[in-house]
Design a binder for this molecule. Sequence first.
Ligand code: PHE
Length: 468
Amino acid sequence: MDARTVTLSPTSPQPKSTVKTRQGFATSLGAIAATLGSALGLGNIWKFPYMTGQNGGAAFILVYLLCLFIAGLPVMLSEFVIGRRSGSNAVRSFKKLAPGTLWYLTGVAGVTSAVVIMFFYSTVAGWVYAYIFKAASGALSAVDPAQTPAVFDALTVSPIAPLVWQWAVLAVVGTVIIAGVQNGIERVAKTVLPVLFLLLLVCDLRALTLSGAAAGVNFLFRPDFSKITPAVFLAALGLSFFKMSVCMGVMTTYGSYMGSEDNLPGSMLKVALSDTVVSIMAGLAIFPAVFAFGYQPDAGPSLLFITIPMVFNSMPLGQLFLTLFFILTAIAATGAMISLMEVPVAYLSEEKNWPRAKATLVSVLVVAAFGLLASFSTSILSHVQLWGRTFFDFFDFVTSSIFMPLAGVAISLFAGWVLTSKAIVDEASNNGQLKNQSFLRGLAFILKYVTPIAITIVLLSGLGLIKL
Ligand code: PHE
């Protein structure tokens, strides 16, 4: 514990057992590092680059930035405000700020989404861990490039290996979480983020110095506005949520660990900017090499496990760079998992008054139990379908197409109309101490009028109820 430990106000209504000091982040820098550790993930290394490549390059990046301003950032700021004002986990924060109402269901949706997302996110993170060893051992470089898809198939059709890797991810994440907010989450984020950045820089330099790299840079940045359709716009909006880790209680929980002197909008902008830079750097590590060796840039989701190994293996020192690339991807995916795990752990330890270790163990076991269904979706359960989807796809669909947008609408309505714009501006400017009120008023206006409508459109079109 240190001077920044957050003490719950004794006047607020809460069970006696929880009137205790609550650990928060030790420093502002640590808070930013932890938040960035959550934001950086497979969304940066995999989703953003392939979506940019497929959807108009620089034009997509501009649309994405616009979406950040109308959706990702306003919701992120609301979550920070809700978390810090209440000093509580994702569910209790709503109970404290709007006692006796049903708004707390927003928090329930958040905690549920965080847990369900982990079912499949841990599966993919497990594949990434497995690929570090495949790359390092030379198992990927030994095969004929045409056989690279077979390596991925061999990993995913077996029920055992992916499960073991998924459990390895959960063990790492559980260990960091048990160590605590400061000694676990914050310290690990501060240590590994520079490593991630450095590895990405090394991969960028390698890719950009290949002959023929220019075509990839061109592909990534050439603005092609003809590709921007309403569907692409909606996909960018969804991506801005996913990348900013909002709508699932993560930012509310992290907001509750921030100190009264922290600059919430400043942290938000630093995280968003760094996150976008890292996404673009990931694109620069991938596309120049893809073009230099004549591979297809629009591979979509298989980019990470098939195209990238093929491409890296075509270059000098490819085995080394491929290993580094998967290490950095594993760091990013683990950071995202840590923040997701903290949501149920904060909830259980505060609501049930469990020790942190017990809350972590129970959360990890629940994710392991149901995550098994996602892990087996490519092997022994591949024929089992829920509403036409495998377990893996079903978990992905319910969270990203239903829970997250619903929570997004609820959070923006709650912040804009229940907490009110004035409270947002007051809290986010540290009661007027920070001279950023006009920016905040603009963001609060967007939050009140634009964000809920934009997300509702995403929700309805995602469910196929409206066609754009
Ligand atoms: N932001 C992470 C990514 O880009 C994903 C994530 C979503 C992490 C939600 C935590 C919560 O991959």
